[in-house]
Design a protein around this ligand. Structure first.
Ligand SMILES: *Cc1c(COP(=O)(O)O)cnc(C)c1O
Length: 462
């Protein structure tokens, strides 16, 4: 069937994509079936299996065939992004799982050991489950997180997987089959009820997993009701997705691609700001003709594409990589939005970089692009109290300090106030930092501690 593309201007069509492409995916049980991996040794494949039995693994054929330079494996950044590496587990954890796999095929034994190790990897950072899930009538509303006054996160039930998994994913615990760890919501009604009730919510951020794994019909059931007058206050709909990287076919040749673009266009024409929050970690992900085609079609539908990524050792710990990525994004009409610090969960030991280095990469990259590439804020830590940005390293009264600020906070009043931490060249996360100038605690600490005991909802700041 030839897709119908009434809204796409002819000049955007750089290539013809007529037939839907078959989506083929591999998980940890199929590692030996991946043709490209046959160039690696038995030992290397075993290492991957060990890690893939603890951390989620899933990769699709488009990524394998188009985004990875197999001449450059294992150093290739996209190989690092999707394939498990030995260093992602500590030696002890690695050895535990390796000896289990050498001695048994019994799934229940493997799973028991996997779960033991997983619990040691801080599966729920930043108190996402305990503090962000809103309550109504003493019942948690599953599938929703509401941390910041203006923005509600929604985890649609059908969007709790991705086209491939990122090896550094901070939501890795959602993908290992334990339903109790999962945020999801199959009921659009609950979402709509919540949004209609709180008029200070201006942004809905649909996330996952990846909402773009959903059929357009499902996405439409969540989105179209938002055009009713009781949702006028919800002016922005953001969709967090890695699909432009892992499956650009979603916007080009899938059976419901045109339907999807028409849905987005309808939302835009009705007055909503629709933002695709695209996750790109490296310019290599933006180098295929089909991703350019997908970007053209999305932009023609009237959405804005903003981009974000964590800074990751082994993938993009290099200012040149960021500068090239941001330049390429600006060239394609995308808006760089966030540089994140790798979170304190999962395979962090493999990917984390010191905060001091993160700031250096940010600054060096920013120096190399024009103002239009400097719209990315960061490096930012999504921590319990809020998003904390490292603004710089400075010296004040003879003391070397990190200058910090909240980009976003549980209490909106904390936002943009500069505060200072003692410089620490090894710190990789907010909880490693101590207040500067001999102060005992950061200005927000007491209030944050009180929120943790009292379950303060952002709705108190209406
Ligand atoms: C980052 C984030 C948001 C969005 O914050 P903005 O500053 O509006 O981009 C919303 N909720 C949570 C939990 C977040 O981590």
């Amino acid at each position: 069937m030839t897709p119908v593309l009434p809204l796409i201007k002819k000049q955007f069509l750089t290539t013809q994509y007529n037939a839907p492409e078959h989506f083929q995916v591999y998980t940890e049980r199929q590692i030996d079936k991946i043709e490209a991996l046959k160039q690696m040794s038995e030992e290397q494949r075993f290492e991957m299996k060990v890690v893939a039995n603890v951390l989620p693994f899933r990769v699709n054929k488009y990524v394998i065939d188009n985004l990875i330079n197999w001449q450059n494996v294992p150093d290739d950044p996209i190989f690092q992004l999707v394939f498990p590496q030995k260093g992602m587990l500590s030696d002890d954890d690695y050895n535990q799982m390796a000896s289990v796999l050498r001695s048994t095929n019994d799934r229940s034994v493997i799973l028991k050991n996997a779960n033991e190790i997983r619990l040691r990897l801080n599966p729920h950072p930043a108190e996402q489950q305990s503090l962000n899930v809103p309550y109504e009538d003493d019942e948690p509303i599953e599938g929703i997180q509401h941390k910041y006054r203006e923005t509600v996160l929604f985890f649609p039930g059908q969007g709790q997987v991705c086209h491939s998994f990122c090896s550094f994913c901070f939501r890795w615990a959602q993908f290992i089959g334990d339903k109790s760890l999962r945020f999801s919501n199959t009921e659009a009604q609950k979402l709509h009820h919540y949004l209609a009730k709180y008029k200070s919510i201006s942004d809905l951020l649909i996330t996952g997993g990846d909402p773009m794994v959903m059929k357009t019909d499902h996405l439409s059931a969540y989105l179209e009701p938002l055009l009713r007058p009781e949702f006028d206050h919800v002016q922005t709909i953001r969709i967090g997705t890695k699909s432009l990287s892992f499956w650009p076919q979603r916007y080009v040749s899938d059976e419901d691609s045109s339907q999807l673009l028409l849905l987005l266009e309808r939302m835009v024409k009705a007055g909503k700001h629709v933002a695709i929050m695209a996750h790109f970690n490296h310019w290599q992900e933006m180098s295929t003709p089909i991703v350019h085609e997908a970007v053209s079609r999305l932009r023609a539908s009237g959405v804005v594409i903003r981009t974000q990524s964590p800074l990751l050792n082994h993938i993009n710990n290099d200012p040149d990589v960021w500068a090239r990525m941001w330049r390429e994004q600006v060239r394609l009409g995308l808006v760089p939005y966030y540089m994140f610090v790798e979170r304190d969960t999962g395979a962090r030991r493999y990917f984390e970089v010191p905060l001091a280095r993160a700031w250096e990469v940010y600054r060096e990259a920013l120096k190399r692009v024009s103002g239009l590439g400097r719209t990315a804020r960061g490096p930012s830590m999504s921590a319990g109290p809020g998003k904390v940005e490292i603004q710089g390293i400075s010296e004040i009264n003879g003391e070397q300090v990190f200058v910090l600020r909240f980009l976003q906070a549980r209490n909106p009043d904390w936002v943009q106030r500069p505060f200072f931490a003692r410089f620490d060249p090894e710190a990789t996360w907010l909880d490693h930092l101590k207040p500067a100038f001999g102060e005992e605690k950061f200005f927000f600490q007491d209030e944050y501690d009180a929120m943790r005991t009292k379950q303060v909802s952002p709705r108190v700041y209406e």
